[in-house]
Design a protein around this ligand. Structure first.
Ligand code: ATP
Ligand code: MG
Length: 195
């Protein structure tokens, strides 16, 4: 499961658990992005902090783990490099990349998209307000064989986003019950998202 995870929240966790169950996945590895090429101007929290929050969030699920492979790789983060690295680490494994439908709709802009879709399947989770038709329209140009490797998964309508959580912290509004308690405590004790 890939994302910026700035911070990780229950939307991400519910999605990952849903995908694990639906696709009978052996485990879900949460991989915080290093430098997302599509968010160049976005002021991100330091990678090691996003990684630490991810680690805290996944600790209580025996099927979940975190990996620093994207934050340790220099330069912009491309999913193709990550998936290739994962297939080297788990030879013979069937790999699914779990992310939001909004991200998958932009997949034509991704590096080596055809190669990517030929070595891994995608699970595109809906987030509230997202229509399934949008995604198919946007990726229309892809060969059907590759499109068949994209699976669409509905998750309970969780209108939670990292953007909203960051704004809440800045405004002094509560973030409790939007993300796991250890992550909330980490944000508060380290004064993250205040500026
Ligand atoms: P930001 O608001 O900073 O963009 P985000 O909440 O979208 O953050 P990301 O780290 O960008 O979080 O999310 C990674 C992936 O998880 C994205 O593809 C996103 O669509 C998906 N996702 C995020 N929140 C939810 C949610 N509440 N329900 C389903 N999918 C979600
Ligand atoms: Mg996002």
């Amino acid at each position: 499961m890939g994302g910026t995870f700035d911070p990780i929240h229950y939307g991400h966790l519910v999605t990952a658990e849903g995908a694990r169950y639906e696709y009978d996945l052996e485990k879900v590895i949460f991989i915080p992005a290093g430098q997302p090429p599509h968010k160049p101007n976005f002021k991100r929290t330091q990678a090691w902090r996003r990684y630490e929050m991810t680690r805290l969030a996944v600790a209580t699920n025996p099927f979940f783990e975190e990996s620093p492979i994207e934050i340790e790789r220099p330069g912009p983060t491309y999913t193709i490099d990550t998936v290739q690295e994962i297939s080297r680490l788990y030879p013979g494994a069937q790999i699914f990349f779990i992310t939001g439908a909004d991200a998958v709709a932009e997949i034509l802009n991704w590096k080596k998209v055809e190669r990517l879709l030929s070595i891994c399947r995608f699970i595109a989770a809906t987030r509230p307000g997202y229509k399934q038709g949008e995604i198919w329209k946007k990726i229309g140009a892809l060969p059907q064989g590759l499109k068949n490797n994209i699976f669409y998964m509905e998750v309970p309508a969780l209108a939670i986003s990292s953007t909203d959580i960051r704004q809440r912290v800045r405004k002094g509004k509560p973030i409790k019950y939007l993300l796991p308690e250890p992550v909330e405590t980490y944000i508060t004790s380290n004064n993250i998202y205040l500026d």
